[in-house]
Design a protein around this ligand. Structure first.
Ligand SMILES: [Zn+2]
Length: 481
């Protein structure tokens, strides 16, 4: 038996308006290449960095959200290495004295619940990007272009202790981290845009001998799904080596989503290969205790706090609270709708069901979908009064959204009012009984389930407009005859 040991290093781009050490704009994802650069972020001789105050605040907020202790005195260092996307030849980071340390997050996976320790959070800058002609890797490309827009975009790197023990836990942790960073507004959390990137360390320990495999690092995982997939594949590969009495190499690997396997990039570099030393162009970073206290005081509501409040205030089950709280726009919509309709659980059901389905189908946010909560209120009251069935309410929802027309007007226009007229229902049931005497016989012999067939027949005959409760009652009465 092997135990799996996983630790994550996550890079999160901070949503500041300008870069970490210069005035260039920081949201560069969709810009034309090399249009947001200056002498500072491209490392021209004589250009000097100036620290962006917002970067410090955001890093502190992330540290507070993750229960870290904050350093009032932290230091920037240079991490030296060569790569074409790093024109300075070094990255400004915080190696010896990071701004935040020794935190933790509580991880609930549905299967288990555990504390994941955060070793450190430090501020650093992003590198540029290489665009390889014809292929997405440097090998096999006939030429490569450099886009330096991303140089100097502020990052925080979050390093966990190796407290995760399954690939699934690693994925859920990444989602928790995204939700946390989004809730405090410091990072968009969009993995597909590279705003959140993950490197994962994995090793396996043989429970019998107590021996551990070498540690393998998987670099640059860019989706929540791939975090899990890459680690699953690597877990198998390491176990396979150990089963044969071999160890894996200590190396850096990359996940190939086409082959669904990891492949070797390079043997793992050692920390001291980077020749870290204090950044001479930036002073020691001093943060006043009052500033930290102020940010702590004004920290937005965190995901787990919101979940707890939704359960308490609206009486929602944990599952509902978790789904609604994971997206701040959906959470706000829910709160407004719950207030207007006075029916929080119905709102939750509708949002998690048809509304989120329509959002996915149309690739829209809840705001873009544009369903006025007042219309939900109207739908609920028409269902409650028996004017329309729940099915009709669901059927007309897309039309309510598309035409921005009140549900009552649409129901009226189409003649969708529910049939509460017992005679009409009775007529439909009698007809179904006539058409299918065999089913009548089955019911009378004790096959209760056949009742559903008759209710279905009524619904069909009335195009879903019959009151299903009444149809059920009347069908039973007539069948029991
Ligand atoms: Zn710049």
């Amino acid at each position: 038996m092997y135990t799996t040991i996983i630790g994550l290093e996550i890079h999160a781009q901070l949503q500041t308006s300008t870069k970490a050490f210069c005035g260039c704009r920081a949201d560069v994802f969709e810009l034309e290449p090399n249009t947001a650069i200056c002498p500072v972020c491209t490392g021209q001789p004589g250009a000097l960095p100036v620290l962006n105050q917002q970067v410090v605040d955001f890093a502190i907020m992330a540290g507070l959200a993750m229960n870290c202790s904050l350093r009032e005195r932290s230091v920037f260092d240079r991490k030296n290495y060569f790569y074409p996307d790093l024109p300075k030849g070094y990255q400004i980071t915080q190696y010896f004295y990071p701004i935040a340390e020794e935190g933790h997050l509580r991880l609930e996976t549905g299967e288990s619940s555990k504390t994941v320790r955060i070793r450190r959070i430090h501020i650093e800058e992003d590198a540029g990007k290489m665009v390889h002609q014809g292929t997405d890797s440097i090998t096999g490309s006939s030429g490569s272009y450099l886009d330096l827009n991303r140089c100097g975009v502020p990052l925080i790197e979050i390093v966990t202790e190796p407290d995760l023990s399954t690939p699934y836990e690693a994925r859920v942790f990444m989602e928790l981290l995204r939700d946390t960073l989004r809730a405090i507004g410091v990072c968009s959390g969009d993995m597909e845009k590279g705003a959140l990137r993950c490197d994962a360390n994995i090793s396996l320990k043989d429970e019998k001998t107590g021996k551990s495999s070498n540690r393998v690092e998987i670099k640059n995982i860019n989706s929540f799904k791939f975090v899990e997939k890459a680690l699953e594949s690597e877990q198998l590969r390491i176990a396979d080596h150990l089963n044969r009495g071999e160890n894996v190499s200590k190396e850096t690997r990359s996940w190939d989503f086409a082959t669904k396997e990891t492949y070797s990039m390079r043997s793992k570099e050692e920390e001291n290969d980077y020749r870290y030393f204090p950044e001479p162009d930036l002073p020691v970073l001093l943060v006043k205790g009052e500033r930290i206290a102020y940010l702590r005081e004004n920290l937005p509501e965190l995901p787990w706090e919101k979940i707890a409040r939704f359960k308490e205030q609206y009486g929602l089950p944990t599952y509902d609270a978790g789904v609604l709280a994971s997206d701040s726009a959906i959470a706000s919509y829910f709160e407004i709708a719950a207030e207007i309709t006075g029916k929080p659980k119905d709102c939750s059901n509708w949002i998690m069901g048809d509304i989120m389905r329509l959002m996915n189908e149309r690739n829209l946010t809840i705001g873009e979908l544009g369903l006025a909560p007042e219309y939900l209120k109207e739908l609920f009251s028409m269902i409650d009064s028996g004017r329309i069935s729940k099915k009709i309410a669901r059927d007309i929802l897309p039309e309510v959204i598309d035409r921005k027309l009140s549900p009552a007007a649409i129901v009226k226009e189409h003649g969708f009012e529910q049939i509460n007229d017992d005679n009409a229902i009775e007529k439909a049931i009698r007809q179904a009984m006539e058409e299918n005497p065999h089913a009548v016989k089955q019911f009378r012999e004790g096959k209760e389930g056949v009742l559903g067939y008759f209710v279905g027949a009524v619904m069909k005959a009335t195009r879903g407009k019959a009151n299903p409760g009444r149809a059920n009652e009347i069908a039973r009465r007539l069948l029991e005859g």
